[in-house]
Design a protein around this ligand. Structure first.
Ligand code: NAD
Length: 370
């Protein structure tokens, strides 16, 4: 069996010598490539920033076009985790991992144990967690070979599925954005469209129905639609029609990059706030497009921080009440971001990123001054 572990710079530069990926530009501390021929494992871990604590972030299992594609995803997502942790006031940094999926590949126990062995070698600088196509049960397998894993089921001593708390955080962000936009944070009677009623959208719809909002839902999965219509009064809308429907609030809770130059002109709402990661297809362009259209956008990494708030209780044990309180603080943070954005007429995600970076920089400065 041959195990290859090398820093990504050696690996990627030997394979893509003419490529335009510049590691120094986005401030990543460490990027590592792991490969194990016996199990077929090929993984990349990105550690963006550990100023606030160990880098925490999910493990994605995805069929990328090529390694460059996977690397770009890791670099982008790990940076996003730094911003999310920082703005939510958490004591952890940003990281992310991907396992490159090949046709027919399964996340076997052997492969996950090997992945755990590699994560253990990083000495706790990166802590892995569930993400796209990886579950709490996969984390149980990974935990057999590393201590540096969170997002375990409650039965295994973990914090369980974070989706309900993610939904609660989105709800808090929605109320704050409504307060800023409509003058009141009450959502009763507001027309709210949820695109994607999976794990997060399902809980979000219930919170909104409880407050007597008028809730429209869309999903490409009939089972998901059935599940939500069984527990609350919502109107089902065709997935491709929801974003252009007249709404007060549009909540993207499915995939990333759904706010782009094709969809933004179609939006017919005052506010966009949802759970999906990386909602803006192009951070600079699409944030400005929304601003130009007068649509208030609450940055995704702020609105969906409830999941991370829940998961990190495995690192810093906290009661359920404290998790709830910390999630409710997203309301005040949102108001702060929206106020600053309004005063400067700048895109909200730029302001939120600057606030996240400022917290990290102040810690760095204090450390330098010691
Ligand atoms: P999920 O997979 O359980 O749900 C996503 C839903 O979107 C599914 O029901 C799917 O059928 C639906 N969908 C897919 N394509 C669609 C389309 N074109 N139109 C309408 N619906 C579509 O995922 P989730 O855990 O609910 O997460 C939703 C989003 O929030 C993801 O982007 C995820 O990365 C992000 N997020 C989730 C959490 C969490 O705690 N689960 C935390 C932070 C961020």
């Amino acid at each position: 069996m041959k195990i290859i572990e090398q820093t990504i710079s050696n690996y990627i530069f030997s394979n893509y010598s003419n490529d335009s990926i510049h590691f120094s530009q986005k401030g990543h501390e460490q990027v590592v490539y792991f490969q194990d021929e016996a199990t077929g494992l090929q993984a990349i871990v990105g550690i963006h920033d550990t100023t606030l604590g160990p880098a925490v972030g999910g493990l994605r299992f995805f069929e990328y076009q090529d390694e460059r594609d996977a690397l770009k995803d890791v670099l982008r997502l790990s940076r996003g985790m730094t911003y999310k942790a920082s703005i939510a006031g958490l004591n952890c940094g940003g990281g992310k991992a991907v396992i490159m999926k090949k046709k027919g590949m399964k996340l076997t126990e052997a492969l996950l144990r090997k992945y755990g062995t590699f994560i253990e070698r990083l000495g706790g600088h990166y802590i892995t967690a569930p993400d796209y196509n990886t579950t709490m049960e996969h984390m149980v397998e990974i935990a057999k070979s590393t201590r540096h894993v969170i997002g375990l089921p409650v039965a295994s001593g973990g914090s369980g599925d974070p989706s309900e708390n993610t939904a609660y955080g989105v709800y808090m962000a929605m109320k704050a954005t409504a307060k800023k936009t409509f003058g009141r944070d009450c959502l009763t009677g507001k027309k709210i469209g949820i695109a994607g009623v999976g794990k997060v959208g399902y809980f979000l719809a219930q919170l909104l129905c409880k407050e007597e909002a008028i809730v429209y839902v869309a999903d490409i999965c009939a089972k998901r639609l059935q599940a939500i219509t069984e527990v609350c009064k919502v109107e089902v809308v065709a997935a491709e029609r929801l974003c252009s429907r007249p709404l007060d609030i549009y909540a993207p809770c499915a995939l990333g990059a759904t706010l782009n130059s094709a969809t933004i002109p179609m939006l017919n709402c005052a506010i966009v706030v949802g759970a999906a990661n990386n909602q803006l297809a192009d951070q600079d362009r699409d944030g400005k497009l929304l601003l130009k259209r007068g649509i208030i956008y609450t940055p995704d990494f702020l609105a969906n921080a409830g999941g991370l708030i829940n998961a990190v209780t495995e690192l810093e044990p906290r009661s359920k009440d404290l998790v709830k309180k910390r999630t409710e603080q997203l309301y005040t943070i949102c108001l702060d971001v929206l106020d600053k954005a309004a005063k400067t007429a700048r895109p909200t995600q730029e302001i939120a990123q600057e606030m996240a970076i400022a917290r990290i920089q102040s810690i760095k400065n204090a450390q330098l001054g010691q």
